[in-house]
Ligand binder design. Sequence first.
Ligand SMILES: Nc1ncnc2c1ncn2[C@@H]1O[C@H](COP(=O)(O)OP(=O)(O)OP(=O)(O)O)[C@@H](O)[C@H]1O
Length: 737
Amino acid sequence: MPNIIMSKSSNKLEPSLKKKAYAFLEKLTENDASPGLHIEPIHNSVDQRVRTGRVDDFFRAVLFKITGAAEPTYVFHGIWPHDDAIALAKKTTLTVNPVNGITEIRTVEPTSETTYDTPAEAPREPPVVEAVDDAPHPVLDALGITSTDLVDLLGIDRDLADAALAATTEDHLLEIAGGAVEWQGLALIDLASGHNLAEVRERLALDQPVEASTNDDEAILRGLDHAAAKLSFTYIESNDELRRAIDEGDFGSWRVFLHPEQRRYVTGRWKGPFRLSGGAGTGKTVVVLHRARSLARSGQGRRVIVTTYTTNLADAMKRDLYRLDPQLTVSNTLGDPGVYVAGIDALAARVLKHAGEAGHVAAAAVLGAGARVGALRPGNARWNEVLDIHGDELPTELRSASFLDAEYATVVLPAQITTEAEYLKVRRPGRGVSLDRARRRAVWRVIAAYRNHGALDRQMDFDEAAAVAAEHLNSLSVNGSGYVADHVLVDEGQDLTPSRWRLLRALAGPEQRPDDLFIAEDSHQRIYGQKVVLSRYGIAIVGRSRRLTLNYRTTAQNLAFALGVLAPGTYTDLDDEQEKSSDYRSARSGPVPSLRACTGIAEEYDHAADTIKGWLAGGVVPDTIAVLVRDRLLRDKVVAALGERGVGARAVDREEIKGGMPVVMTMHRSKGTEFSRVLLFGMSESSIPAGLRSEKYSESSWNDAILRERSLLYVASTRARDELAVSWSGVTSPLLA
Ligand SMILES: Nc1ncnc2c1ncn2[C@@H]1O[C@H](COP(=O)(O)OP(=O)(O)OP(=O)(O)O)[C@@H](O)[C@H]1O
């Protein structure tokens, strides 16, 4: 049976052609000599491997046939109307790159020397001396990149290198890169964003050239197997896979065309916890899903847990894992073989449910004598209740549910404090509020009351539940029952609290083991909780951390806007190192975000309705449009106001996003989602909510709250794939200034 390799370009078939493409390729895999297929060479073609095949009366497929092995391999390039297909087949070649051996598809234009546009603004004649200073300077030249670097060291096509070296704006360079062989385009973007040659070679695995072969067909097959070639080609292993690859087209690219760097983190094996950081849209979730699959398939009975902070995102990951591999064993019982996907709080609940009586023992150990496992509820209502009764015993500035919640989650629970004496002695690193003995006593009284209320009402907050679940699992490990999962993978790690980290550690076993924990995180997107330093909670990364920097989701223009929002803040990662964002880049270009100041809310509603109508009239699919707002109240007002202006829109809360209509949701809910068009609505001075007042108990807490607001805006702006619009009424948000 012939093997089929699909090229990325063949992935972009018109919907009407998908069924035909599938029927054609299915027949080809059964028997390439089948007479109905008409697999034929083309007279006078540049590449003697090229073939055309009959899809129907009107359409032909263009393929390359590689022989030599027991079965032939066909590289499927695409489908075109008959005459176009013949013309293309004559001039298209499948060759290996002379420098690194990577297999590439190229079009050889017989009449023109270059297939890339020379930039309009590039000087064609030597400029007169006076004009030189004002002349736009080529981007790559300014970085000291030469033609020798590009052509001889990296293996970039000469005509592409010439065009790229002449480009005087990053936009034009992006355009040129977009038309190039995938890995060559990415190499140019990397160089333009300041990476040196060695870094580019390492990122794209060009420092591992393909082993040479004297047999041309063998060389092509080897070149197709290189990590950089896999950006453009994928082996199709079954008819199911073929159908999905064709049906999902470009939307399913993440399933098959991984970047060599992403691939490295999917297949990499480490002695202990590994941390993958990276900006919004760099494919961290994609890596987590692929890695979960790779680990689940790495041995009999592997138990893999995939988790994250919010239930919505966990649900989305479960769906995507199925899209990635419908055959993957999914586990519905914690501890069973397969991949178990759940939000971190649902994991805690599941552990406690199974714990039975032992759960109450763990609760007493963590929360003090008398505590039992109870129903899971958020802590705010209980803190407020306790403050109403005992608030007067605290200094005014500490009468804050936010302060108490943070003190409890980051100091008391992780240190397993159950008595005042322990609290008086405990170290409180990173809390930013100093407490003398008297103040500690007062704070402990309120915390003890909080615990009493919890015990009386048979309630636990989510941090308590995680801490108790971790304690229970650790006690099982001590008794020799072992750990729950061979591998635990967590997405959005920046949002987890210390007790949740302890739970993750416990799920993977108390002691470090190979590939026990894989942590994807972006400290620029921390929108919940406090800063956490992992080493304080038994998770030692030491040298096992890397970053992804290529944004797959959004355009360079949207990314620049989003990074501008972050810029005034300082962010530290889970290793307490300063996080940088200067090397984030995008391979796509689009319009500059539109900013609209309105005089009042009515005008802002009108503008929102007009913007959405314009997008819809332009053919944008309705549910790929989102309006993002700071809170639920405004969300519901926007839905109503849009409706009054003739634009149907759906408010989205916890439920899955349904098709058919533009959606309106809070910025928090937008985490982990993406849309073609996004309007950030209501970005006025008042968009920093009154609720943040409770963070004013210390300067550092207030600064951190503002940092989280910046991060929230960064999350929201990076949801836009193609176009971003921002509006406000009256005075603009200080975060945008
Ligand atoms: N190799 C790839 N090929 C094609 N598309 C990709 C690839 N990697 C990621 N993407 C796409 O880029 C988008 C962002 O990916 P993903 O959600 O994994 O990023 P992320 O880093 O987790 O983002 P965020 O932190 O903002 O949630 C998705 O649409 C994903 O399908």
